[in-house]
Design a protein around this ligand. Structure first.
Ligand SMILES: Nc1ncnc2c1ncn2[C@@H]1O[C@H](COP(=O)(O)OP(=O)(O)O)[C@@H](O)[C@H]1O
Ligand SMILES: [Mg+2]
Length: 352
């Protein structure tokens, strides 16, 4: 079972929302597998949703982050900063059973919660990756892999599904997330800057130059120098592409097609950056097969999505009707659920 990172160097494309939905759905449909979410984004949006949403989830996050020692990713990172080059094997101290906080969550779902303090820790993590032993960079970039293996060891399993939610910008903790991941899920939305973000991901992670003389990222240079693996592209997820009214439909289509062409060009230029799946499948030879393997779409479920995230109820468990959202009654229509539930189910069914 692979480690999946959800990342795009653009914000607001659905990384956190999809981490929440995908992890919950994967856990629901694989009740005997332990599923772990690691939240490496200081906004901690995925953690907030998992832990019960905007009121309950945020309250739990405050408690976890305020505890001494912290019971969030920042607690673990703090331990590693204190002693960067030897693993304390303490990762299991930071994992939470999500169901204990949110009764809507499957009982086999676990979380290492996000923490805004990651932002403050970031420069100290970077410093740890520089001097010290010659392979300081490699050791620091193994911190999250260490965390995952500590947790797997404590569970007495070698395998479990892992989903990592990332920060948009390519900070050191995003690098750590990528170094721990096997596969990359790249959500994007239907706007012009999504095309640029698709390219940015390629240059930052794979060193695919966008123009002659472009500077390579330290991440590309050091990953190759220390022979560390980088995740392979698993899927581009067009999220909320259908959020349009009749008048703007053709404009949206044009943008989506342009991004589709960009992704197809990437494949042709750099097929080795992609994770052919499922295991045993052959490489796609035409654009239709390529789309089937590497592209997915998730619809906008409008207020159903808002309610799902705000109350921490996975979309698959959300039912139509009136929902109390902080004292206001919001209507969730079956038609909204019908838009997104099948997308999430289908996407997760394909995850190995
Ligand atoms: N498929 C969707 N349908 C409806 N709302 C969505 C969908 N995906 C994301 N959203 C909403 O869009 C906003 C941005 O998503 P988010 O996951 O926070 O983006 P990111 O993590 O990439 O910055 C959030 O309010 C989220 O609830
Ligand atoms: Mg996010």
């Amino acid at each position: 079972m692979a480690v999946y990172a959800l990342w795009n160097n653009k914000g607001g494309v659905g990384k956190s929302y999809l981490t929440f939905q995908i992890a919950c759905e994967y856990a629901r449909t694989h009740p005997t597998t332990k599923v772990l979410v690691i939240d490496l984004c200081p906004q901690a949006n995925a953690s907030s949703m998992l832990l019960g949403g905007i009121i309950a989830g945020e309250g739990h996050l405050d408690d976890l982050s305020g505890a001494s020692p912290k019971r969030t990713i920042s607690g673990y990172v703090e331990e590693r900063i204190a002693s960067p080059y030897g693993s304390p094997n303490s990762g299991a101290n930071y994992v939470l059973k999500v169901h204990n906080f949110n009764s809507f969550a499957p009982t086999n779902l676990y979380l290492v919660a996000g923490d805004e303090e990651l932002e403050v820790q970031s420069s100290r993590v970077s410093r740890a990756a520089q001097p010290g032993p010659t392979d300081a960079w490699r050791i620091v970039h193994s911190w999250i892999s260490d965390l995952i293996s500590d947790i797997r060891t404590s569970w007495d399993v070698t395998d479990s599904a892992v989903f990592i939610d990332c920060n948009p910008s390519f900070t050191i903790y995003t690098e750590l997330a990528l170094s721990a991941s096997d596969r990359l899920i790249i959500p994007f939305s239907a706007d012009g800057s999504s095309k640029r973000a698709v390219r940015a991901v390629l240059s930052l992670v794979y060193g695919i130059a966008r123009h002659a003389g472009a500077i390579q990222s330290e991440y590309v240079i050091n990953s190759s120098r220390f022979r560390m693996s980088v995740p392979k592209i698993y899927s581009y997820v067009g999220n909320r592409l259908t959020q349009m009214n009749a008048g703007s439909a053709s404009a949206f289509k044009t943008v989506v097609n342009t991004i589709g062409t960009e992704i197809w060009d990437v494949w042709r230029a750099s097929p080795n950056s992609f994770a052919i799946h499922p295991t045993g499948a052959g490489a796609p030879s035409n654009r239709v097969d390529f789309r089937k393997m590497f592209q997915a779409e998730i619809s906008d479920a409008n207020s159903a999505s808002v309610v799902s995230g705000a109350l921490g109820i996975p979309i698959s468990q959300l039912q139509a009707g009136q929902k109390d959202l902080m004292g206001r009654m919001i209507t969730v229509n079956q038609s909204q659920l019908d838009k997104q539930q099948p997308n999430i189910r289908e996407f997760v069914r394909a995850i190995e």
